[in-house]
Design a protein around this ligand. Structure first.
Ligand SMILES: [Zn+2]
Length: 125
């Protein structure tokens, strides 16, 4: 299990690229946290009472019996996928900012960093 999701107790992770929903820590929890995973970043899904309400009023814990929120989360993941708001870590294209070498995927970037000591990469399409 990922250490980041491990901290959250009961959570559902929605993978934007595939639309898959993974459950973590299933058991004796009455509430869950929904995590949207873009390939690199995790973002907790928050429900705001109104579009301009301050962040402290955001709801990030949802009853495990509330399946409507899962449906909503899936719809959000779908729209993110359609607008390409995810990173395919095996196939994304990167450029090393230090020597301008084009690289493909996380593995290439790791190898390049190990071989050259370069650490600044930018993603491009
Ligand atoms: Zn380089």
């Amino acid at each position: 299990m990922d250490p980041e999701t491990n901290l959250l107790g009961w959570s559902n992770r929605i993978d934007v690229q595939t639309g898959r929903i993974d459950k973590f820590g299933e058991g004796n929890y009455s509430e869950r946290v929904l995590i949207v995973y873009s390939g690199i970043h995790y973002d907790a899904l928050a429900l705001a009472p109104t579009s301009d309400s301050p962040a402290e009023f955001d709801q990030t814990r949802f009853l495990t019996t509330d399946d409507d929120i899962l449906t909503a989360a899936r719809a959000i993941a779908d729209s993110l996928r359609k607008s390409h708001k995810y990173t395919d870590v095996a196939n994304f294209t990167l450029r090393c900012e230090q020597c301008k070498t084009g690289l493909k995927g996380e593995k290439d970037a790791h190898n390049h960093a190990a071989a050259t000591g370069h650490t600044r990469f930018v993603e491009y399409q």
